[in-house]
Design a protein around this ligand. Structure first.
Ligand SMILES: Cc1cc2nc3c(=O)[nH]c(=O)nc-3n(C[C@H](O)[C@H](O)[C@H](O)COP(=O)(O)O)c2cc1C
Length: 242
């Protein structure tokens, strides 16, 4: 099999699993390996403003399944992972990037190092800084609007845009995790049908943390695992050439 054929098989076979075999066991290591692979997903400015909370204990799975509205995809799962967006960690993650890149470039290519230093020490903190009312975001918006009259500029700088930025990268990590679990021979189901407020409180997460999605994982119980055959809108509806 070529690499493309292997990848195609994984993508074709990944389905949203609504029922797992409750007596089956998922070998230790599958989820952790897959979460490590998930961290290799691209993230905006390599900031990785997300975290994963892995739930494995029976009593915890029961609570989380209840917060996932008692869906079959949750009540029968062997394990669950809560993907959390942590925009509030932007200072730490910017420093981590800065220090790593400084180690590589400082004294080797000082022009490049200066750009990195400016990006992670000045630009990132400005980009992610917000106030509770989003007023600073509107000021930034006004600034980019003015600059945008003269040249192309990144326009997504308001408070709501930060949330989108965070969730985009977290979702890419989530998808990498699900494909990895599939490659390991198991199934997953992403869930946004859940009580994010209760889950946040249960995980003792800070106010600014946001639940991206909950992903259940386990050994699918076919045929109940699938609601029906795979359905998509015709490809021509989503494919455009300019
Ligand atoms: C962000 C997101 C949230 C989802 N939430 C749920 C959910 O709460 N419950 C559920 O059963 N499926 C959920 N799904 C799964 C979709 O319904 C499923 O992916 C879609 O129907 C296509 O089916 P397939 O994944 O088997 O191809 C979600 C999928 C995504 C991407």
């Amino acid at each position: 099999m070529t690499e493309a054929e292997i990848f195609d098989k994984i993508v074709q076979e990944r389905r949203a699993i609504r029922k797992y075999d409750e007596n089956a066991i998922m070998p230790e290591g599958v989820v952790e390996r897959s979460l490590k692979r998930a961290t290799l997903a691209p993230s905006s400015s390599n900031m990785q403003l997300y975290e994963f909370y892995r739930i494995t204990k029976k009593e915890d799975l029961k609570i989380l399944a209840e917060y996932c509205m008692g869906q079959g995809a949750a009540t029968t799962a062997q394990e669950m992972v809560v993907v959390v967006v942590r925009l509030d960690k932007y200072r730490q993650r910017a420093k981590h990037n800065h220090d790593n890149l400084a180690r590589i470039w400082k004294g080797v290519n000082d022009k490049r190092y200066k750009r990195i230093d400016n990006y992670y020490r000045k630009l990132m903190p400005i980009f992610y800084f917000t106030d509770p009312f989003g007023l600073i975001g509107w000021l930034k918006k006004l600034l980019v609007f003015t600059i945008g009259i003269f040249r192309p500029v990144v326009r997504e700088v308001a408070k709501k845009d930060m949330h989108v930025t965070g969730h985009k990268s977290a979702a890419l990590a989530a998808q990498t995790f699900m494909l990895s679990i599939q490659a390991e021979g198991f199934g997953t189901c992403p869930m946004e049908g859940m009580d994010s407020k209760r889950i946040k409180r249960w995980l003792k997460l800070p106010y600014r943390a946001e639940i991206n999605m909950v992903i259940s994982a386990g050994v699918p119980k076919f045929p109940e695992a699938l609601y029906n055959e795979r359905l998509r809108v015709p490809f021509e509806e989503v494919y455009h050439e300019k």
